[in-house]
Design a protein around this ligand. Structure first.
Ligand SMILES: Cc1cc2nc3c(=O)[nH]c(=O)nc-3n(C[C@H](O)[C@H](O)[C@H](O)COP(=O)(O)OP(=O)(O)OC[C@H]3O[C@@H](n4cnc5c(N)ncnc54)[C@H](O)[C@@H]3O)c2cc1C
Length: 432
């Protein structure tokens, strides 16, 4: 959707006089409650306040004290970024500049009939009432075959697919790997968070091994039959274009993980053959799905939440919107996409709450996403996509005869600089 149209939506909303709660009218009641303060949740909290011109009260419930960006977290694994704390984003601007009410707690229950959510915070369990609810909690991760507890991801084999302590653990495991022993990364069947992300991770770790553990290698076991994004760029990288190689094996089904510190055994089948590989460092990226909280609220069909793509309102539970990785949008599960979905959803909610605004039913939203991929410590490639709403779905745009998505022709240092600007702009738009 075009920026001008969003501004029209916010401006049109001004003169309406619909009955809304004043900010302080009753305790723990808000026009909109947002669950999750990540890429999608932080963005919608900000834009509801900005475009709602202060007429819409917004409480954002987030369990963590600060948000830790997944984007760029692969750079922590190689030491390009000194620590995971360099990717921390506070909620101070959302509160001080836009008037978002920030609540720290973990949401445990949604009651869509009575329009309440229950959360557990520092002072115990509390209930908040809403007119509209936005669910933006990201993803949950499944166990891989052979694993007995999700806590094994925290202590033995970090997936680090939600950045934080597991990212640091994986970094430390890489530092400790004996030269000559291998890193194994597994990729789940799509859809998963950030299609190019696992291939990017394989590249930057392989580049790091080239310098610090030159006799070691990365083995990449992909459940998919082909590389899921930027296939040519990654294949060239894996074949040695940037001075390292990645042992890429596609169409793999992992059948068992035997977790042995420093010598994990991965059993898998490929083309009907049973194989095993030993990993000094094992990074299993698990299958992903919408969190149980959404399942319990009746919002999920299959693994994710179906939504009306003009408003991101659930097609299963009225009054509840789902944005970000947990929704089914037909677009990649990416932070940039979550940021864009948040704005379309904000527009739809403003329309619903204030009675009139930009006529969402007549819109044809156009969203875009850029994804930069470091292939080593100085060079990056990119993937860009524009999606057009058409007939109830988001389709790669065909405007101006350009085929979407588009990828860069290889990696460059200039792309790396553009990546840093893109990242700062995206995070600024969501958190500043
Ligand atoms: C290694 C890696 C690299 C990536 N690179 C890129 C990239 O280059 N470009 C790109 O666009 N995307 C990238 N992504 C994908 C991107 O990070 C995700 O798509 C994006 O973060 C999804 O946004 P979200 O708001 O849905 O979820 P999140 O950003 O995960 O936010 C969800 C928030 O909800 C909170 N939460 C969850 N449950 C509850 C609860 N019950 N109560 C309260 N709070 C809760 C969580 O604490 C979290 O803060 C990458 C991902 C990874 C792992």
């Amino acid at each position: 959707m075009k920026r001008r149209e969003f501004i029209q939506a916010g401006t049109a909303a001004l003169g309406l006089g619909a009955t809304l709660y004043p900010l302080t009218a009753r305790a723990a009641a808000y026009n909109v409650v947002v669950v999750g303060g990540g890429m999608a949740g932080a963005t919608i909290s900000k834009y509801l306040r900005l475009w709602g011109r202060g007429q819409i009260s917004v409480a954002m419930i987030e369990k963590d004290a600060v948000y830790t960006s997944n984007i760029m977290s692969n750079e922590v694994l190689t030491g390009k970024r000194a620590s995971i704390s360099s990717l921390a984003y506070s909620y101070t601007n959302l509160v001080n500049k836009y008037g978002v009410v920030r609540v720290q707690g973990t949401v445990t229950t949604v009651d869509a009939i009575n329009k309440t959510v229950t959360y557990t915070g520092p002072s115990g369990s509390s209930v908040i009432t809403y007119d509209r609810l936005v669910m933006a909690p990201g993803l949950d991760f499944d166990l891989m075959p052979g694993m007995s507890s999700l806590s094994e991801y925290d202590t033995l084999v970090p997936h680090a697919w939600k950045a934080g302590a597991q990212t640091t653990l994986l970094r430390n495991q890489l530092l400790a790997i004996p030269n000559g022993q291998d890193v194994v990364i597994t990729i789940p069947l799509a859809p998963y968070r950030c299609p190019p992300g696992p291939y990017e991770r394989a590249c930057v770790i392989a580049d790091w091994l080239r310098v610090y553990k030159p006799a070691s290698k990365v083995i990449l076991l992909d459940a998919n039959s082909t590389i899921q994004a930027q296939a040519t760029n990654f294949q060239n990288a894996f074949n040695g274009r940037y001075g390292y190689k990645v042992d890429y094996r596609a169409g793999v089904t992992v059948t068992n993980l035997q977790l042995i510190a420093g010598a994990n055994v991965v059993s898998y089948t490929q083309a009907g053959l049973e194989k095993t590989v030993t990993a000094a460092v094992l990074n299993p990226i698990p299958p992903q799905r919408a969190p149980e909280l959404l399942v319990n609220a009746g919002l999920v069909s299959g693994k994710f939440a179906p939504v009306n793509l003009l408003t991101y309102e659930s097609t299963l539970v009225p009054g509840v919107h789902v944005i970000g990785d947990a929704s089914i949008s037909g677009m990649p599960k990416a932070g940039h996409i979550g940021n864009q979905e948040a704005k379309v959803c904000a527009n739809g909610i403003i329309y619903a709450l204030l009675g009139t605004a930009y006529a969402v039913n007549e819109t044809s939203p156009v969203l875009n996403s850029a994804c930069f991929t470091p292939v080593n410590s100085t060079m990056a490639s990119w993937l860009s996509a524009v999606y057009q709403y058409s007939g109830g779905v988001m389709m790669p745009s065909t405007a101006n005869g350009v085929t979407q998505p588009r990828a860069s022709n290889g990696a460059s240092r200039d792309n790396y600089k553009d990546m840093e600007k893109w990242f700062a702009t995206l995070m600024g738009d969501s958190f500043s």
